[in-house]
Design a protein around this ligand. Structure first.
Ligand code: DQA
Length: 150
């Protein structure tokens, strides 16, 4: 398995740092992407990041990942709780996926406690603030080393 990771950020995550800071913190998406790249560098992983507010664009990014990336880390944001299209896209490509959330979605409103993505992901990391992304990078490194069969 290769070492190319695609990190996808869903809707409204472009506003991180400005949006509901008491839930999502004060770090911008640009800074989060920088921290992700730093962690990936340390572990010898190549990482590409992409954010979209559009469900179809995220579906296309997953489809286009075939043959280009070895693992996808995705924070689907609100589409977590609504998108069968994202779930189907993940099922359609043979690439392991790690689901990430900044907040602990199970401590929040009932509608956030359902994920359409979790059932097709290798695993889900949520509730650790922006560290959720960095933990996902570390999990990705382990998966790539073959420590968890996927
Ligand atoms: C989120 C949780 C979602 O419920 C919410 O819609 C988001 C962000 C998180 O990272 O905690 O936009 O995915």
């Amino acid at each position: 398995m290769g070492r190319r990771i695609l990190v996808l950020h869903g809707p409204n995550l472009n506003l991180l740092g400005q949006r509901e800071a008491s839930i999502y913190g004060s770090t911008s998406l640009e800074e989060i992407n920088r921290l992700i790249k730093e962690e990936a560098d340390k572990l010898g992983l190549e990482v590409t990041t992409f954010q979209s507010n559009y469900e179809g664009r995220l579906v296309e990014a997953i489809q286009d990942a075939r043959g280009k990336y070895d693992l996808i880390i995705i924070n689907p944001a609100a589409y977590t709780h609504t998108s069968i299209a994202l779930r189907d896209a993940i099922l359609a490509v043979d690439i392991p996926v790690i689901e990430v959330h900044i907040s602990n979605i199970y401590k929040r409103e009932a509608f956030r406690q359902k994920s359409y993505i979790a059932g097709v992901a290798v695993g889900q990391i949520c509730g650790f603030g922006i560290n959720s992304y960095l933990l996902a990078i570390r999990a990705a490194a382990k998966i790539i080393q073959g420590e968890k069969g996927v």
